[in-house]
Design a protein around this ligand. Structure first.
Ligand code: UVW
Length: 327
């Protein structure tokens, strides 16, 4: 495949101007009030399935310098007030100890506090539309220069919050369809015809405003064995499938939704560029779909209410979250 094939598909799926020249929501515009009402009607048995991976130093990140696992730090713990006064020489010169002493020294209140230092895309996450670009432009033609060291002035993740994000969720289970219980194999990319075949086999239709979740088995395998090697992902040609169906957002349980085995020289993440930059459709990555997939296989129901709000990180190009599938 060549860059010309890529550009032809990019032109076909481009949604720029569709919701106005100032639009920063992209395909989330497909989520209407009617869609939210429909999704609430899918709650039938009261099962709540959280889809977030743990935020932990042993999370899914590997050796990439630009994306590490989170660091969790205690800022106040029992030791700060319970330690014997003579334990730390110079303790009285410690500003925090003085502050805590003044704050709760004579009170019965004791507390623990903490902080977390993390990359917004370290674990279960949304990619904002400002995450990727090519030819100096992001979704809707916004210039790449609108993302500065101060953050994304256009297409920041906080803009997506206008839609919740909540809608009807539909699971497409590649693992069970391929009969591979652990992980769909890397390199066997998921093509549009396979998506249609899975939906048909599961007896579910994907329509306007839906959020599609694709189960490849990556997160389940990672949790079981710690294996971080790539699993199958979507083929870039499947962008057209999501465009035709007016899908609002797409999430998967692997590291980057698409298979990292691109067949276009010089274009390593074509599906990202087509979906985020041209279509304006956000990606959710590293969602743990293991329990949801098991539940759907057990009851034969592959649709549910999905509640997946990003954090309001102003100017963020991504956001961690703990999405909920409610059935
Ligand atoms: C990149 O690393 C560019 O993208 P993602 O994490 O969304 O796969």
């Amino acid at each position: 495949m060549t860059m010309n094939d890529f550009h032809a598909l990019a032109k076909q799926v481009r949604n720029w101007g569709r919701w106005g020249s100032d639009d920063e929501l992209g395909a989330l515009n497909y989520i209407t009030a009617q869609k939210v009402i429909q999704s609430a009607g899918l709650v039938r048995k009261g099962t709540v399935l959280p889809l977030g991976l743990d935020l932990s130093p042993t999370g899914p990140q590997g050796e990439l310098l630009f994306r590490r696992n989170p660091t969790h730090v205690m800022t106040v713990d029992g030791g700060d007030v319970n330690a014997p006064a003579d334990l730390w020489p110079g303790w009285s010169a410690n500003g925090l100890a003085q502050e805590l002493g003044a704050f709760m020294g004579k009170d019965i209140l004791r507390f623990n506090d903490d902080m977390i230092i993390m990359h917004t895309q370290a674990a279960t996450q949304w990619d904002a539309l400002s995450h990727v670009y090519y030819d100096g432009q992001m979704y809707n033609g916004f210039g790449a220069d609108t993302v500065t060291s101060q953050g994304a002035f256009r297409l920041g993740i906080e803009k997506a919050d206008a839609k919740g994000i909540t809608s009807r969720g539909v699971l497409l289970d590649v693992v069970r369809h391929r009969g591979d219980e652990l992980a769909a194999a890397h390199g066997r990319t998921i093509l549009p015809d396979e998506l249609s075949a899975i939906a048909e086999a599961q007896g579910v239709e994907v329509g306007s405003g839906d959020i599609v979740l694709v189960h490849t088995g990556w997160a389940g395998r990672f949790r079981q064995t710690g294996d971080k090697s790539p699993a199958a992902g979507l083929d870039w040609r499947s962008a057209a499938w999501f465009h035709e169906r007016e899908v609002a957002a797409l999430a998967a349980d692997n590291t980057g939704v698409e298979d990292v085995a691109s067949d276009i020289p010089g274009n390593m993440l074509p599906m990202h560029l087509l979906c985020l930059r041209d279509m304006g459709m956000s990606f959710g990555e590293l969602w743990d779909l293991t329990a949801l997939a098991a539940d759907c296989a057990a009851d034969g129901v592959y649709e549910f209410q999905l509640v997946a709000p990003p954090l309001r990180i102003v100017g963020g190009v991504g956001s961690p979250l703990n999405p909920l599938a409610i059935k």
